[in-house]
Design a protein around this ligand. Structure first.
Ligand SMILES: [Mg+2]
Length: 403
């Protein structure tokens, strides 16, 4: 039996802003697009702002209507990234198995950390230290697998520890709506509702065979996870293993409706994906997929083969744009775009007659080197000047990714 913690920083972006700007104390604070971009969306808010209904996804315009006094901060990802690093340093004092899930969430495997106390004691110690040393609060879920630990950290907020054990998981977890479980997105939720599966308990008691028939591998995973059979290990902090895929996605400061904005969005994401590949020393990818979230928060995915396999910003960008317009040109507005590449190979398996991939592969490496030396703004693609804020998203996202 393993002991796993899931640590989730509360209202992370908004908490960082309040910490960095003491004059915000006691005020309703939200982080999002600037006031001039009235269509910009809120990406985080503190409890006071939440009490007015200002939550993630609300537009700046609506937020100001709900609470005219709300202070809206422009995202400062450099700050969030620094804070996140500091918190992870505390986590690393208790185990070397710290898996980063996002800028504000990590799993910790403390099975072999008994010298620091029981899992609950460790969770409470970490919680106290993050509060005392950094000034942020976390919610911690303690359980015997990653799925239940993550559910646990959602149950009591802020600054709380929740334990889910083999004895109590049926009482605590099974009554929750099925989409509270990691891996159940909007589409899956709707399909499960049609099968009469509303709670995690319904899922756990449902026929495994039917789930596999309906959802394939994912169906088996859903069945196992709801029954406490999630065996997915927590990765090591310095996991030098080659990642299976590399992907970045970004929620933009405004909904993208124009083709030029969507093209620019994919350009900046493709750049960030390639620079991460270079850092991991990954040569070529054989597949590319895109993820798209529309303004109604529906999520779509499409995948294709890269032929020939490559590591090239321009080819990734063009492939993503083509995939998008072949499949989603009917979408009225786009909130998030992402690109993921994978299925690695070392060299171009086939050199095409118009082999443009090779020189550009060198160019991407040079760009990464220049940025490492002179900063990320030292060299930019021409079209990123079209909308500096979309391009800025890249800079942020890029610094976020912790590899
Ligand atoms: Mg959080």
């Amino acid at each position: 039996m393993r002991d796993i913690l899931h640590c989730d920083l509360n209202n992370f972006y908004a908490s960082c802003e309040c910490l960095a700007n003491p004059e915000l104390k006691g005020k309703a604070v939200a982080v999002g697009g600037s006031v001039e971009d009235r269509h910009g969306v809120i990406v985080a808010s503190n409890y006071k702002a939440k009490s007015f209904g200002i939550k993630c996804g609300v537009t700046v315009y609506q937020a100001l209507k709900l609470c005219p006094d709300v202070v809206i901060c422009t995202p400062n990802f450099k700050l969030y990234n620094e804070m996140s690093q500091k918190v992870r340093k505390i986590y690393a004092d208790y185990t070397d198995q710290v898996e980063v899930f996002s800028i504000d969430e990590c799993w910790l495997d403390v099975t072999h950390s008994k010298m620091f106390g029981s899992p609950i004691e460790i969770a409470n110690k970490i919680r106290e230290r993050v509060k005392a040393e950094i000034g942020l609060t976390i919610s911690v879920g303690v359980s015997f697998n990653k799925t239940f630990a993550k559910i646990g950290s959602d149950l009591k907020k802020p600054d709380a520890t929740t334990e889910i054990t083999v004895d109590n998981y049926k009482d605590i977890v099974w009554r929750l709506p099925v989409n509270d479980m990691f891996g159940v997105g909007r589409q899956t939720k709707l399909k499960l509702f049609k099968l009469g599966v509303n709670t995690i308990g319904d899922l756990a008691k449902f026929s495994k065979e039917v789930l596999i028939k309906q959802f394939g591998k994912v169906g088996e995973m859903l069945y196992n996870n709801s029954n406490g059979l999630d065996e997915e290990p927590v990765a090591y902090l310095d996991d030098s293993q080659q990642p299976k895929s590399v992907g970045n996605s970004t929620t933009f400061y405004k909904d993208l409706t124009k083709r030029k904005d969507i093209e620019l969005g994919f350009t900046v994401i493709a750049e960030s994906v390639v620079s991460r590949m270079i850092k991991h020393d990954l040569k070529c990818a054989k597949t590319l997929s895109i993820v798209v979230k529309d303004t109604q928060l529906n999520v779509y995915q499409k995948q294709c083969q890269l032929n020939p396999p490559c590591r090239d910003t321009n080819i990734y960008t063009q492939t993503a744009i083509k995939l998008f317009y072949d499949n989603f040109k009917y979408l009225t507005g786009v909130r998030l775009l992402g690109i993921t590449v994978g299925d690695w190979c070392d060299e171009l398996s086939q050199v095409s007659m118009f082999d443009s991939a090779k020189p550009k592969k060198c160019m991407d490496s040079v760009v990464v080197k220049i940025r490492d030396k002179f900063g990320i703004g030292a060299i930019k693609k021409g079209n990123t000047l079209l909308d500096n804020k979309i391009a800025q998203t890249f800079v942020n996202e890029h610094l976020d990714k912790n590899d």
